[in-house]
Design a protein. Structure first.
Length: 285
């Protein structure tokens, strides 16, 4: 586990080859087919080296919920356990990680309710959430529009607020760290170099054709996929609303903000052991 651009993928390949493991991705955007360059999806060569799971599961026009991810991912983990193959969970989404290893449950979704919420701008959504639950910020990242929208959807459908849900048995179990199966976890986090790594990686993505990828996907990106860091900032470039330089700057800023949120999220989980590294991952694998 670790923030975006922290070098997880190569380190995971080396570790998986060493112990004979298969990789289970916990990336919220690598589940979408065609979103390859901008999500740093493992290449065909990488997948030939080590089997990867939980990648290319849905069309980007569709919303692939955490509940769907949880069900599919647990089937993968159960299959690997039955075959006696170690599972190496790799990714940057703390929620998807916990969905697989912790006793979490997810309320149902309603497209009509979600459409009404998506019509709100970010400030309106946060304001409604805080009116319903003034303490929501203690349990919910109010700077994350997708998380706020989902919390509002649950509230409108059931009346449950983030504060109320935080004291339910499954939430308490997560805070008590009672995993479904034994695990050893670490955070790969090159603290000092991460901002520079993010910028350099995004420039490599642009060189590999990320703008063309976004242009090709734009007509069929659903509301969830369109929020992915990098894609969200390049869509206005494709539409002629921003210059490429503006899209690049905003994408790098958004990715750095995402990395900060990920680091904060992971820092609250005592199962994750920080490993700070700034060199060849072979020394840490």
């Amino acid at each position: 586990m670790g923030p975006t651009a922290s070098g997880k993928s190569e380190a995971a390949l080396l570790a998986a080859e060493r112990v004979g493991a298969e990789i289970v991705s916990v990336d919220s955007m690598q589940v979408y087919r065609g979103m390859d360059i901008g999500t740093a999806k493992p290449s065909a060569a990488d997948r030939a080296r080590v089997p990867h799971h939980m990648i290319d599961l849905a069309d980007p026009a569709d919303a692939y919920s955490v509940a769907e991810f949880q069900a599919a991912g647990r089937r993968v983990l159960d299959d690997l356990a039955e075959r006696g193959v170690p599972a190496l969970i790799v990714g940057g989404s703390g929620l998807h990680f916990r969905a697989l290893v912790d006793p979490m449950e997810f309320p149902a979704s309603d497209p009509r309710v979600r459409d009404a919420i998506d019509a709100l701008d970010a400030a309106e959504a946060v304001a409604e959430m805080l009116r319903a639950d003034p303490e929501a910020g203690a349990h919910l990242d109010l700077a994350n529009p997708r998380r706020v929208a989902r919390a509002l959807e649950i509230h409108r459908m059931s009346g449950a607020t983030p504060t109320a849900r935080a004291v339910r048995p499954e939430a308490v179990a997560v805070r008590g760290y009672l995993p479904r199966r034994p695990l050893v976890a670490a955070i790969l986090d090159p603290v000092d170099l991460l901002p520079e790594r993010i910028e350099a990686r995004f420039d490599r993505m642009l060189e590999r054709g990320l703008l063309d990828e976004v242009r090709a996907l734009a007509p069929r990106l659903g509301r969830t996929a369109a929020q992915a860091a990098g894609y969200r900032q390049l869509l206005p470039v494709v539409a002629g609303e921003w210059t490429p330089a503006e899209g690049r700057r905003r994408a790098i800023d958004a990715t750095r903000a995402l990395a900060r949120r990920q680091r904060t999220f992971f820092g609250k989980d005592p199962r994750l052991v920080p490993i700070e590294w700034q060199d060849d991952p072979r020394r840490r694998a």
